[in-house]
Design a protein around this ligand. Structure first.
Ligand code: BEZ
Ligand code: FE
Length: 300
């Protein structure tokens, strides 16, 4: 490189750095120290990114068009920004940062957009299907703290899609199914009938779907059943269980939600196998799965 071109390159770098520094300095009077830290760090990373990839003006315009489309398709039923965060791994990274690994506490994973507050209550051994179609699966386990002490009266929310890969909120008729809440008994035990989970695509008819397409990625999530567990004095757990042997585990989960500790056996029970609660499933193959849940202390 000639001396002249080195000088030009250094001058260009100085121009770019001077702009970053000026934007950083614009936050000097921010009263809230956390807001100041976030705005400074965001500016630094954003400017570094633009400089690193030498972003063209056409690309910047495309990015603005993309974010505008993400906004336009978002309403009270469709949250494209969350899908974007999920598919970029930002949701899982935020979960990792905020749910520090603690002894043998069960790992957390992505919440997703399909939780509803007012799912019906079921008793121990109840059925969450409420008409959702799929293979019956008996799910059972305990909730304990990290000392192994059973947690009675923990509130467990569970939700999942049907055999067609649809959650109830995606039906047209407003019916609620494939979800419920229940409580652990005095020994910290719980059980319910759910459905053996199946893989399904996240909504991919919008800009996030186009983005996945453009980079050759599948929108499909590995088969899973969602859990959210609340108990007094313990850290709330938002997680899923995944199905051992699901080929999508190898292909990859579109939102990076899989953790090995959450992959569970759904043991197939041939038709005619007696059910744990005497439910009559004559002629139907069913599955059973054990998921013991360990909650970290609050604030861990
Ligand atoms: C879900 O598991 O329900 C989900 C998670 C992230 C994006 C879309 C769906
Ligand atoms: Fe899901």
């Amino acid at each position: 490189m000639t001396e002249k071109s080195t000088l030009t390159r250094d001058r260009q770098a100085a121009i770019e750095q001077e702009l970053t520094d000026r934007v950083l300095a614009s936050f000097d009077d921010t009263d809230d120290p956390r807001l100041k830290q976030i705005m400074r760090s965001l500016t630094t990373h954003l400017h570094d990114f633009i400089r690193d990839v030498r972003l063209t003006e056409e690309e910047w315009e495309k990015a603005i068009e993309f974010l505008t489309a993400v906004g336009h398709i978002t309403d009270d039923k469709r949250q494209e920004f969350i899908l974007l965060s999920d598919t970029l791994g930002a949701s899982m990274q935020t979960i990792a940062v905020n749910n520090q690994a603690y002894e043998d506490a069960t790992e957390a994973t992505v919440f997703g957009p399909f939780f509803l507050e007012d799912a019906p209550r079921i008793e121990a051994g109840g059925d969450i299907a409420f008409g959702a179609v799929g293979q019956p699966a008996w799910i059972e386990g305990t909730v304990t703290d990290t000392e192994g002490t059973p947690v009675p009266n923990a509130r467990i929310e569970v939700w999942e899609c049907d055999d067609d890969g649809l959650y109830d909120v995606q039906y047209d008729d407003g019916r609620m199914s494939g979800r419920a809440h229940l409580f652990t008994d005095e020994n910290g035990e719980y059980s319910f009938w759910g459905l053996t989970p199946v893989p399904y695509p996240i909504p991919h008819d919008g800009p996030v779907g186009k983005m996945l397409d453009a980079v050759g990625r599948s929108p499909v999530r590995a088969a899973h059943l969602h859990f959210m567990v609340h108990a007094e004095g313990l850290r709330t757990l938002v997680t899923h269980i995944f199905v051992e042997g699901d080929p999508q585990l190898e292909i990859g989960d579109s939102v990076f939600g899989v953790k090995n500790s959450l992959v569970k056996a759904f043991e197939q029970q041939p038709a005619g196998t007696p059910t744990p609660d005497g439910r009559d499933l004559t002629g139907i193959e069913w599955a059973r799965c054990r998921f013991d849940i360990v909650l970290a202390p609050e604030g861990a």
